[in-house]
Design a protein around this ligand. Structure first.
Ligand code: FAD
Length: 453
């Protein structure tokens, strides 16, 4: 999948100031607020929790329904586990113009792959530095967003039981997409007697003491959680779609950790049968099977839908052609470096809303979306991978940068990202503490000087 490069069209009108609602004060929401504010828009950020940081606000609390299928359940936003350290080096992960460097202050976590508390501190500092805190309405949940008769957006919100309604020119959706669990469909699961839990509700390994666990998935959380659980569990079997049928591999660094193919079926005596032909008796199935995009508050009259995890139609994953630029989404892409990508998406939205950068016509944007969907289909890429940018995130970032007249992605960031991915595969246990990318690290540090002085 390739991105077509062309220079941004010239500005059509002088900068305009809009009244903009941003939904969510996670990393996407706070950088959107900063960019919109910088361009002179009037910004209100709605945040249902009492602090900013979104995913990075760890809580030990879990949901009462461990696989998250009951729509009426109490929702816990963050999916972080207690031991979580970043899966990217801090230099790569940080915003482009606000480097995520060690502070060397007492009590702070100076590691290159720090724990989650350090990321939250960084986001707080960012917010404070750019005056974003003052734009956020904390403890305010957006319950409904729909268009009024004038084509403006009516935002209904609730703050500690009080309802409110306001009208905005534009809405930027930044509500995150790691809260609503996706569950694998397993033949026989309804009569399988064991426990089931989604990684959204995993916090620490103690509950798995002495248990036989089948963990489904192969992404970052699956890697971390399987290894952590194997320290206390009797056996951990990782069922992964990326493993060939008939293949069972013991993971050499552990005596009780196995990599297997997908589950074929489960049975009422507790048996779990794998595509590789093997059967085990398990106590728990732990789904590390990802999340669904979910916008329970958004009413676009079906102009924007979520179909098999495709949010669409969206021009370049941001603007619905029929509602652009008055509705936009920040942070939908995955298998990416989220903070700098959200920063560029936000710059683009802020520039378009101020009239400094123009969009193609609705028909041309729609044609672009259709062409993208057709190219996915032609390459047999499933619909649910619509926002998976593993193959082209830097092309996408650079396309956005060109639109806004910003510098392209730094060479060191690309190289460090690629080396980290390789190291993660080669040394999954130690990739966060042993590295060999000093050359790129020193280039990054030189680059940061201009932002730190
Ligand atoms: P969120 O952080 O989820 O923020 C959304 C915000 O919207 C929340 O504050 C929420 O309360 C608010 N909200 C939602 N609905 C409403 C509503 N109706 N009204 C008002 N407010 C609302 N990224 C990395 O760069 N490095 C990592 O190492 C990394 N590790 C990760 C590990 C895990 C387990 C997970 C789940 C994600 C990880 N990520 C990592 C990705 C991470 O999610 C992104 O970095 C980023 O934090 C997402 O930000 P966001 O603003 O899009 O969403």
């Amino acid at each position: 999948l390739t991105i077509q490069h062309f220079p941004p069209p010239p500005p059509l009108m002088p900068p305009l100031s809009r009244n903009v609602a941003v939904i969510g004060a996670g990393s996407a929401g706070i950088v959107s607020a900063r960019e919109l504010h910088r361009k002179g828009h009037k910004v209100t950020v709605f945040e249902k929790r009492n602090q900013l940081g979104g995913t990075w606000v760890y809580t030990p609390e879990i949901e009462p329904d461990p696989i998250g299928i009951n729509p009426g359940r109490k929702i816990i936003h963050s999916s972080l586990y207690s031991s979580l350290r970043t899966n990217l080096p801090r230099e790569v992960m940080g915003f482009r113009d606000y480097p995520f460097v060690s502070t060397r202050k007492p009590g702070r976590d100076d590691r290159r792959f720090p724990g989650h508390v350090e990321v939250l501190e960084y986001l707080r500092e960012f917010s404070c530095e750019f005056g974003v805190d003052g734009l956020v309405r904390f403890g305010t949940e957006v319950c409904h967003v729909g268009r009024d008769d004038d084509g403006k957006w009516l935002v209904k919100s609730r703050t500690r039981g009080d309802d409110d309604e306001e009208v905005f020119d534009a809405v930027v959706v930044c509500n995150g997409h790691y809260t609503e669990p996706r569950i694998a469909d397993i033949p026989g699961i309804h009569s399988w007697p064991g426990k089931q839990i989604h990684s959204h509700n995993y916090r620490s390994p103690e509950a798995f003491q002495g248990q036989v666990v089948v963990l489904i998935g192969s992404a970052n959380s699956a890697d971390d959680i399987s290894r952590e659980i194997s320290n206390v569990a009797k056996e951990v079997h990782i069922a992964s779609r990326s493993v060939d049928n008939g293949f069972v591999q013991k993971i050499s660094s552990h005596d009780n950790l196995w990599l297997r193919s997908m589950i074929k079926s489960v049975h009422d005596d507790g048996a779990v049968t794998f595509e590789d032909g093997g059967t085990i008796y398990a106590d728990v199935i732990l789904y590390c099977t990802g999340y669904k995009y979910h916008f329970p508050f958004l009413d676009t009259n079906e102009i924007v839908t979520v179909d098999d995890n495709r949010v669409g139609p969206l021009y370049k994953h941001v603007f619905p052609p029929m509602l652009a630029p008055w509705l936009s989404f920040v942070g939908l892409p995955w298998k990416v470096i989220p903070f700098p990508l959200c920063e560029l998406q936000s710059k683009w939205i802020a520039s378009v809303l101020s009239g400094q950068v123009s969009l193609p016509s609705a028909d041309d944007m729609m044609a672009d979306v259709e062409a993208f969907y057709s190219s996915m289909e032609a390459s047999s890429v499933p619909k649910r991978y619509t926002h998976n940018m593993s193959d082209y995130q830097f092309d996408y970032d650079d396309w956005l940068a060109e639109q806004c007249g910003c510098s392209l992605t730094e060479e060191w960031r690309k190289e460090m990202y690629s080396l980290t991915s390789k190291r993660k595969r080669a040394q999954p246990e130690t990739y966060r503490d042993k590295w060999d990318d000093e050359e790129w690290l020193s280039l990054a540090q030189q680059d940061f000087i201009k932002y730190l002085s």
